[in-house]
Every structure is written in structure tokens, then in C-alpha cells.
Write a protein that binds this ligand. Sequence first.
Ligand code: DAH
Length: 366
Amino acid sequence: MSDIQAIQTRLMGDIAAAADLDAIEALRVSALGKAGTITALLKTLGGMTPDERQTKGPEIHALRETVTAALGARKAALDAAALDVKLAAEAIDMSLPADAAPRGSVHPVSQVMDELAEIFADMGFAVATGPEIEDDWRNFTALNIPETHPARAMHDTFYFPAQMNDAEGRAILLRTHTSPVQIRTMMSLEPPIRIIAPGRVYRSDSDATHTPMFHQVEGLVIDRGIHMGHLKWTLETFLKAYFERDDIVLRLRPSYFPFTEPSAEVDVGYKQEKGRRIVGGNGDEEGHAWMELLGSGMVNRRVIANCGLDPDEWQGFAFGVGVDRLAMLKYGMDDLRAFFDGDLRWLSHYGFGALSVPTLSGGVSA
Ligand code: DAH
């Protein structure tokens, strides 16, 4: 057996016996590394006679190729075996319960706004929006609350500095109610109009029942021949669907809002049960009382005219109600401030599942 064959036999035996990747690497270095056996043989080619080189050259190159291939094959086999071992060790036990992923909840205010959109959509109302940063013309003047009117003092308004007045010199403020959306809608849509406008509003006010930011929903209907009967039916239908009871009784009390004429404050009958107000029943009956719930009225002719519509042709009604208040009454929270604390315990207790979307057919809160 030639030297070359002897080297090949020995190396092939060693490769076959190599137990792990380290052993393979050691063999590769010992044969093909800088000081390796095969490298040394390749170096001898230079000192050979041409004849010798012609016979030895191909043998040495063949040896190098055979050994290289054997190293590669053995390495691949060991890699595969190592992967099998790893996979066996890391096998996932599918029978174990999965770790609970943290799950968010829908804030009651968002839930109630969705319920309102659902209820009013069924009566043909669209949802309108307006900016929270408003100008004093839309927030007050166009709503028939002129500069000197005492009603302006009723709202503790957050104004931006006078340098921020708009191009027309109108003061910029955080809207104090959703009523400016009435103005925006009448100025941008052709009547007939049926919209609700839920959103954030701001007043400089803070205690257990008042937060500087809170939520209202505005309602507006503009059409021909609209009267108080439509208003009362709409509010009754809305409140029955919202509180999910048929025994909702309303009491309309004459009131005053600059943007409506006549104006009515709407009370609902309720009774006190285990420290909670349960809406329903006639407030004049035994064990019941009335609670003021919302403001409403026939849209003032001046407001309709301010928006460029002819008040002899178009009439309508409007209403405004606190969304947070509606949520508290239906879902039993008693401190408004907790709505905006961002306490996860409160949110997981009072929050709603992201996939339980309100529908009328299921009862909006089901
Ligand atoms: N904008 C009134 C407020 O914030 C609420 C209101 C009352 C809205 C009567 C109306 C309405 O649209 O007709 O106090």
C-alpha cells in the first residue's frame, strides 16, 4: 500500500469514528490545515521531477478531494444528529395551558358611544364629528350666545392666548360642548340632516361629578315640518333602547338654552335600589323620583339662519347629553374621576370585551 493510500485509509477510519463536531474540526485541521498531512503532501509536489509529479499529483489531489468530501458528509450527519437531539430536548408540551396574554378592554365611554351610534343608526342618524379646538364663533356666537350674553359665563371656558386668534380674529378655545358640531354640520351638509355627534368637551371644573374633560353626545335633526313630538319620540326611543327597558318615562320641563326655542330639560323617572339609581318608571309614582338627564329643544331660528339656512323652510330639534353620566347610570359607577385615572383594575372591572360589539338585536350591552 502506498503512503497515500495508507494516509487515506487512516483518515477515512478516523472520520467515520469522529463522535462530534469538535472531533471533525480537529481532523480537518490535522489533514487540511496549514500543518496538515495532506497539505504537507501537496507541498512535496514542488520538489518532484515532472514524471513523479505526473503520477503523484493526481493521487494527492484525489486524496484531498476524498477526505474533504468525507469530512463534509460526516459533519452534515453530525449536524443532523445534533439537531435531532436539540429538537427532542426542546419539544413543546402542547397539553400545557398557555400563559395568559394580557388583554385590554374597551373603556365604558367608548362602549356607550358605540351603543349610541348603533341605536341612532337604526333611526337613520349618521355620526358627525368636529374638532376639540374650536373658535368662539362656532362654540358660542353662531349658537346665539353673543359676547355679552350671561350664558357665556355658564361655561368655564379654557381659552388659548389671544395671539392664537384665527385670521378672522375669532378667539380659539377648547370646545365647552358638542353643540358647535351642529353649526359645522348645518354649514356643510344639505338638509335633511339627522346626526349625532359624540365627543370630548372641556370646562374648567373639577370634583366628584365634574372633570375638566368629559364627554357629550349632541343630536340634531333638520328637516321640513319637524316639531316637539318628533323630539320626544326620538328621545324616548333612544332611552328605551339604551337602558334596555320599556318602562322609561320622560318628563319635559320648560327651560332655557340660547340655541333652542322652545327649550326643554328632560327628566327620567327612576328609583333607588341598594344605593343605586335604577332608571325606569314614572317619577311621580310611589318610591320613584325624577332626575334631570339632558337638554333639548327646537333649534332656534337664529341658529338656523346663522348657518345660512332659511328658518321658514327648515326646522329641527337638538339635544345634548353627558355620555359619562349615561355610562354611570347604566353600568353603576359612582365616581366620574375614576373614568380618567387609567387604573387597570377599574378598567378590567368596568371595561368591555373588544369583540362584544353592541348590536340592537342582541340588546346593545349584551
Ligand atoms: N350644549 C348644552 C350644554 O352643554 C347641552 C344642550 C342643551 C345641547 C340643549 C343641545 C340642546 O343641543 O338642545 O350644556
